[in-house]
Ligand binder design. Structure first.
Ligand code: NAD
Ligand code: TYD
Length: 355
């Protein structure tokens, strides 16, 4: 029988994927309480959650996943029966210039959540506790021209970001093997969709095309990523939480490989049409720049386990997903202006500052 949580703790719920997940999950599970623990770093934005903030089943806590007593208090006080760990430092380029915070947040933060979850689970306060670690296909390293990452592919992380996520995944494995903790581990390919911070490829390109600024393409632009709509990722995580086999890893992907340069061309052409610009105008902004050090060449996910064991498949075609995503950015220029100016921070002060 499927697991139906009554109260979930989501970490990093003000970020791109976490906020999309909460918006989806609360609509699909109206009786489940959701506590969102987020430190509101540069990547956390409560404006992503205006649709749920007045829901009596929703509670926001500003705090750090490395704060064990805070986490313990939420787990016991809210009788949490599922913890979904999204919070992370998530940008590869930032991990190259400043790796330390990645180890603190992604590795130490995961260990603290695991340890507090273990105590909570062993206390027997709630029945059927589950811990779900949200991870990335980047832990597998880089592929050549052919082949796919399966759940059995050895971990071979190449960037400080992916190394910190791999370290966290191994801790999750260790808590399952050592303590028998009820853990689940998802590894997803690149996501796109609404509320994506404009430091990542797709929203950065949309943002720069609108502003007629250069479009920086790293190296030869032929690196390949497998793109998945964030709504499909949210549904996949809900599916794993409810029906996944404990102790198991699940790869989640879109079966949707694109070379970076082709994605940039596509976004340029779609925006030229939507903005009434001359065909080809935005492509003129493309600027090839120095490659990212250690730049993984290709990621591609074999999502066969998700499909065969849990019956999950992506529902978005890329054609529809990218079109809707561009329309979302066009309709939400204030959101983009707020996140690029840092203005979104004032929203927290107004909503929660006096608590
Ligand atoms: P994001 O950077 O948009 O959001 C991260 C969130 O975590 C932010 O709200 C931030 O405030 C919060 N946070 C950071 N440090 C914290 C701390 N110490 N305590 C509490 N909160 C903290 O990231 P995202 O793109 O939404 O990614 C979410 C998760 O999914 C990450 O674990 C990431 O590794 C994983 N993932 C992302 C992708 C992708 O394409 N974006 C793909 C696969 C997996
Ligand atoms: P990104 O969105 O940072 O995700 P990740 O590195 O986690 O896959 O980058 C996606 C791809 O786009 C990656 O191959 C790097 C490339 N890229 C650029 O070419 N230019 C850019 O400005 C950015 C941010 C990324």
């Amino acid at each position: 029988m499927a697991f139906q949580p009554k109260a979930v703790l989501v970490t990093g719920g003000a970020g791109f994927i976490g906020s999309n997940f909460i918006n989806h999950f609360m609509a699909a599970n109206p009786d489940c309480r959701v506590v969102n623990l987020d430190l509101l770093t540069y990547a956390g934005n409560l404006k992503n959650l205006t649709g749920v903030e007045k829901n009596p089943n929703y509670r926001f806590v500003k705090g750090d996943v490395c704060d064990g007593p805070l986490v313990a208090g939420i787990l016991a006080g809210e009788r949490i029966d599922a913890l979904l760990h999204f919070a992370a430092e998530s940008h590869v380029d930032r991990s190259i210039t400043g790796p330390e915070i990645f180890v603190r947040t992604n590795v130490l933060g995961t260990q603290i959540l695991l340890e507090e979850s273990r105590r909570h689970w062993q206390s027997g306060l709630v029945a059927g506790f589950r811990y779900l670690q949200v991870s990335t296909d980047e832990v597998y390293g880089s592929l050549g021209e052919t082949g796919f990452f399966t759940e059995e592919t050895p971990l071979a992380a190449n960037s400080p970001y992916s190394a910190s996520k791999a370290g966290a995944d191994l801790l999750v494995r260790a808590y399952f093997e050592t303590f028998g903790m009820p853990t689940l581990n998802t590894r997803c390919s690149n996501n796109y969709g609404p509320y994506h911070f404009p430091e990542k490829l797709i929203p950065l390109m949309i943002h720069n095309i609108l502003a007629k600024r250069p479009l920086p393409v790293y190296g030869d632009g032929r690196n390949v990523r497998d793109w998945l709509h964030v709504k499909d990722h949210s549904i996949a995580i809900e599916t794993v939480l409810k029906t996944g086999r404990l102790g198991r890893v699940y790869n989640i992907g879109g079966n949707n490989e694109w070379q970076n340069i082709d994605i940039v061309h596509l976004v340029c052409d779609l925006l030229d049409k939507k903005l009434g610009r001359t065909a080809g105008e935005s492509r003129g902004l493309i600027t090839f720049v120095k490659d990212r050090p250690g730049h993984d060449r290709r990621y591609a996910i074999d999502a066969g386990r998700m499909r065969n064991e849990l019956g999950w498949e992506p529902s978005y075609t890329f054609e529809r997903g990218i079109d809707e995503t561009i329309d979302w950015y066009l309709a939400n220029q204030q959101w983009v202006a707020d996140v690029t100016s840092g203005g979104y921070r004032e929203y927290y002060e107004k909503q929660y500052g006096d608590r």
